[in-house]
Design a protein around this ligand. Sequence first.
Ligand SMILES: [Zn+2]
Length: 174
Amino acid sequence: MRCPYCGSLDTQVKDSRPTDDSASIRRRRVCPDCGGRFTTFERVQLRELIIAKKSGRRVPFDRDKLMRSVSIALRKRPVEPERIERMVNGIVRQLESQGDGDIPSDRIGELVMEGLKSLDGVAYVRFASVYRNFREASDFNSVIDEIAAHNPDLDPDDEPKATKLHLVPAPEDT
Ligand SMILES: [Zn+2]
């Protein structure tokens, strides 16, 4: 797993355990090159999801992109990563259980709004205000960029700073 801070390919797993809902395995990793710490999740994928965009184009569902947009809306909000992970899992499960057909791109936005509404009011407003303005004209994917553009303090590039400064290298896994 590549280090998101320095790009090193040699990161180490410090700790693995199931999330509270046992739907994922949560792994805490540390990079021996820069000391950066981050968390990854391993999970089941029930079926391949295809998104039907407004243009008529069909694209594979991109969970990372969904997670990114949700994370941007939730940036600097006091919400634990596990709860965010659980919400995104819930959205994906709902998409997976909608039968075999393509999923309209709008459907994802609706589910994100429902999820954020119960998770964090501020993040919900951030997401909804952008999403509602742009849903007519554009696809869900562009909403992500719009959220970032309308919330300059949410610069995605500044996230690592808070977790990066571990000056003492952790001992290696055995
Ligand atoms: Zn690194």
